[in-house]
Design a protein around this ligand. Structure first.
Ligand code: SF4
Length: 464
């Protein structure tokens, strides 16, 4: 708080090599989250204990669930001589003690800098008989100095295809699609499965953290909860009719890999957050179900449009500041523009070549009214400086924005990762038409409560 109270407006100094209060999270967290979306998989952090503790605790605090993961526990010796001995010992211990079906190894800054070769170490583990029959060790390379959590998610998801997907026949299963959901909440993954089923299609959603990170309380601890895509399903992705990848940064790499490896055609779409983005998802699914949209989905769309129409006067001409992951920011900006809220400031620390172009396509003629920044210096300090110079009506982003919210008296709608101080994000989807209703309801609540709190007495209305 004290730190942010020192944020000054006025002239903004360009920074080339300094990030203050980053608008991104470390790459292995994304890999760990993706790995948890495989049934009976234990994520393994190849590095020091501190990295693994940070990744686990951030995920646990966001999901309010115990997040299981193992670590190679590097010491000074492994930092100098490499972590092969630690990983071999870890693979042996994990299969002996915890008996997962899959160990998903991701690297860290330290093991990447040393140059540990994980496939070679896995091969050695296999030669030494440390990997029991029918069990697997997969890996993703996730140095945090060249990426962020969405990149880690993308790398681990592409790893699932590299290690598991198989094409067993030139004839594909006509009514089955693979959906790569991107880094969204467990509730979103469940909602995506519901939408695809409502469209009359079978789906393999991977990864799938529903029923892993939003488990019901049963009084019993389950090391491996019932959810997650199974290894068998991952193998079968190579025989599906198509892949729909949601969110280019998180999902495109796996979809491309699947096309190249198994000849499964893919379509990459923005995350289906908001009216237009969900329309695109539904239209893509129509390609495989004979062109039908069931009444259930049409009604959900109609209810969203009704909400937008009824409450438009509260959205109109408002401004918002957004930070977080690129795939989320593009779709959120489009949703805001649909209801006539201007996403005035947008920052992400996550790299990704197409983000600025995609934002330009969404903003169109309003581009000149918006500040968009990506990479080094695209942080919450910069966002706060912009806000000091010209305020906005609303903040949308993760918990780290609560300092700006309090300092400036601007309401914050929590969205993205991590949310460390509220619940709800893991239970209520924001994808699809129903998700957009939820998101708009949260935005309205913030804007209307602010109006109630700040308007003059003669403008204080019972009916709004
Ligand atoms: S940034 Fe690198 S060193 Fe820091 S927690 Fe992440 S992986 Fe570990």
């Amino acid at each position: 708080m004290t730190l942010l109270r020192h944020t000054r407006g006025g002239e903004i100094t360009e920074r080339q090599a300094l990030t203050i209060n980053p608008a991104k999270t470390c790459q292995p967290i994304g890999a760990m989250y993706a790995a948890l979306g495989i049934h009976r998989c234990l994520p393994h952090s190849h590095g020091s204990q501190g990295c693994c503790s940070y990744h686990r605790s951030t995920l646990s605090r966001h999901y309010k669930e115990p997040v299981m993961a193992a670590t190679s526990s590097f010491t000074e010796g492994s930092s100098v001589f490499g972590g092969q001995a630690n990983l071999l010992q870890a693979i042996d211990n994990i299969f002996t003690v915890y008996q997962p079906d899959v160990i998903a190894v991701h690297t860290t800054c330290l093991s990447e800098t040393i140059g540990d070769d994980i496939p070679q170490i896995s091969e050695k583990a296999s030669e030494k008989g440390l990997i029991p029959d029918g069990k697997c060790v997969i890996h993703a390379s996730t140095p945090s100095y060249v990426g962020a959590a969405p990149t880690g998610f993308a790398n681990m998801t592409a790893g699932m295809v590299k290690y598991f997907s198989k094409s067993t026949s030139p004839t594909k299963v006509a009514d089955r699609v693979n959906v790569i959901p991107g880094w969204v909440e467990p509730a979103d993954m469940r909602e995506i499965k519901r939408i695809v089923a409502a469209m009359g299609l079978e789906s393999i959603v991977f990864p799938d953290t529903s029923d892993v990170l939003d488990c019901p309380q049963t009084g019993m601890h389950e090391m491996f909860p019932k959810g997650g895509v199974t290894v068998e399903q991952l193998r079968a992705t190579g025989d599906s009719a198509a892949t729909i990848a949601l969110g280019p940064i998180c999902s495109d790499a796996a979809a491309v890999e699947l096309t190249n490896k198994c000849g499964v055609p893919h379509t990459t779409l923005p995350l289906p957050i908001g009216l237009e983005a969900t329309d695109r998802f539904i239209l893509a699914l129509r390609e495989y179900n004979g062109g039908l949209v069931p009444q259930e989905i049409t009604d959900e769309r109609g209810r969203l449009i009704d909400l937008i129409t009824d409450m438009h006067q509260y959205f109109y001409n408002k401004t918002a500041a957004l930070w977080g992951d690129p795939d989320q920011l593009v779709s959120l900006s489009e949703l805001l523009l649909t209801v006539d809220i201007l996403p005035k400031y947008v920052v992400t620390g996550t790299p990704g070549k197409k983000f600025l172009r995609r934002m330009g396509e969404v903003l169109q003629e309003r581009k000149s009214e918006v500040q968009v920044r990506q990479g080094t210096g695209a942080d919450l300090f910069l966002m706060h400086q912009w806000i000091k110079n010209e305020k906005v009506d609303l903040l949308i982003g993760n918990t780290y924005g609560k300092y700006i919210s309090r300092d400036e008296g601007i309401p914050l709608v929590r969205h993205g990762f991590p949310i460390l101080d509220r619940v709800g994000h893991q239970f209520f989807p924001t994808v699809g038409y129903r998700g957009a209703i939820r998101l708009l309801e949260q935005i309205l609540e913030a804007l209307m409560q602010r109006q109630d709190d700040q308007c003059s007495e003669e403008r204080f209305e019972l009916t709004m």
